[in-house]
Write a protein that binds this ligand. Sequence first.
Ligand code: NAD
Length: 288
Amino acid sequence: MPALDSQIAIAVIGAGAMGSGIAQVAAQAGHPVFLHDQREGAAEAGRASIAKQLQRRVDQGKMEQPALDALINRIQPVSALAEVASAGLVIEAIVENLDIKRGLLSNLEDLCGDDTILATNTSSISITALGAQMKRPQRLVGMHFFNPAPLMALVEVVLGLATDKTVAETVHATASNWGKKPVYATSTPGFIVNRVARPFYAESLRLVQEQAADPATLDALMREAGNFRMGAFELTDLIGHDVNYAVTNSVFNAYFQDSRFLPSLIQQELVEAGRLGRKNGQGFYSYR
Ligand code: NAD
């Protein structure tokens, strides 16, 4: 299947870390982009943060100011969900919660035309389960970007049991056009990357709980001896502990509470304390 033409509007729902990054990627590829968030002012703030990031590239001489202005003008923050109705592809990047995502998908089905592809950036929730209450689950597909979306090449294109193969192929081709490296995955808990990553986070957290080493030592060790780009603690601070903890719980429950995927008390405590990581200035490390 061919990729979506760059004239076709893309809608991104949720203007947090991921939604803003995805909006930037789509606008960079020339699409008009609607950016919606239920929190007042969040879509505008998302667009402003994209402009701020790109301004650095302009200041470094890596991008022309008119290109930045054109890109930012292609992103339109919209306050009502109904305003995304004309999009050819809607990518949701809202909170990692099955019921809330189902509610949004049901509203989108009512608003959008039959040909609109509905994609979810969920990290771990079953595409099959998300589609189960939809009128047309064939058009639902996982389009799982990694953080930060403008920099990370990988995109998992995830098929639920009902996903139409041609819908997945269109999303795969579109991600390629956007300069990404898409891979197909099935709707197994955590898909591919979040499955592989679970033991990395879980064992790092267990080492801290057992007082084998502190987060800074383990992060430095993974970077310097393991050649990882980031250790588990700086990475989960970047992801956001609310998001990472929700993903761990989701994979744990999806695997019938298999102890391999047991969530960490340390991470639960961080979430309860509101120490969500970089996004609010404090996680394992302070960013203030
Ligand atoms: P975030 O908390 O930064 O942003 C979520 C945004 O969604 C918030 O601005 C919130 O106001 C908005 N929102 C919540 N419910 C909404 C609704 N019903 N309608 C409209 N907007 C709503 O979260 P994030 O890190 O951007 O994660 C978003 C999604 O992407 C999750 O499903 C997460 O699992 C997935 N994801 C996250 C990462 C990561 O590293 N953070 C990576 C890949 C995928």
